[in-house]
Design a protein. Sequence first.
Length: 287
Amino acid sequence: MAPAGPLILDFDQSVLPLPDSERLPLGDRQESVRFGCALDVLQRLAGEIRPAASGRSTVFLGSGDFHHLSHLLIQGHARRGEMLQVVVFDNHPDNMRYPFGIHCGSWVWHVSRLPFVSCVHVLGITSPDVGMAHAWENRLAPLRSGRVRYWCVGPDLNWMKVLGIATSRSFGSIAEMLDAFAVHIHETTGPIYLSVDKDVLSPSEARTNWDQGVMRMEELGAAIRGLRDRIIASDVTGDVSIYRYRSRLKRLLSGLDGQPEIAPDELLKWQAQHQSINRQLLDWLNP
Ligand SMILES: [Mn+2]
């Protein structure tokens, strides 16, 4: 049976309509889930979200502030006797320490601990989060074991070599990085879950509410098409919305991360840009 059309998890009204899509209204949970939440808050959402996501090839999460929802979705793809690889396009490692549960910058670590996930590849990182100054904020154990691998463009990863981390690499360009990744992934077999955070794209392609990478749409498209036959499900994040947290802690933490502000009069224009990118991604993912 062909998979159903996309599901939009509608926490923040960022994702404009898409063909054949269904929308799950979750606006009343935005404050508790956005940026980060306790693990049990996420687990309580599972009963609502997993049935709606079941049988759908692509789920839209809204702003990148909701990227930790990928953990909940991936958990729903536990397979008997078959390991899953997770491929993430993101400008950030999303593998940082976070003491308050799970958040959009730490979910990769949680996914790497799922028993049926063999490896999480994060592609397209240009963020200084992976630089020496932030070394100890990264979860190092899965980097050492190779269960989490960074595929960076630009940053100096020499500190990792000193710590014995050999499977994460930095390249001079997106093209070189994608070529090396294609060689690696084709040496493996088995299903892939794909997660796209559009902050991996150059700001000339689309604007997000996080600092952005240098990938062009055509490069992302070629990479997705190269993996397509093995992709069992996918999610997309990085759409734009404006939100002011009621929680002082969340205001503080998101402020520390230096999230750029979005001008309200630009918002609709940016969302429309994302709508056309989302359509393009759906074409590549589900031809
Ligand atoms: Mn992300």
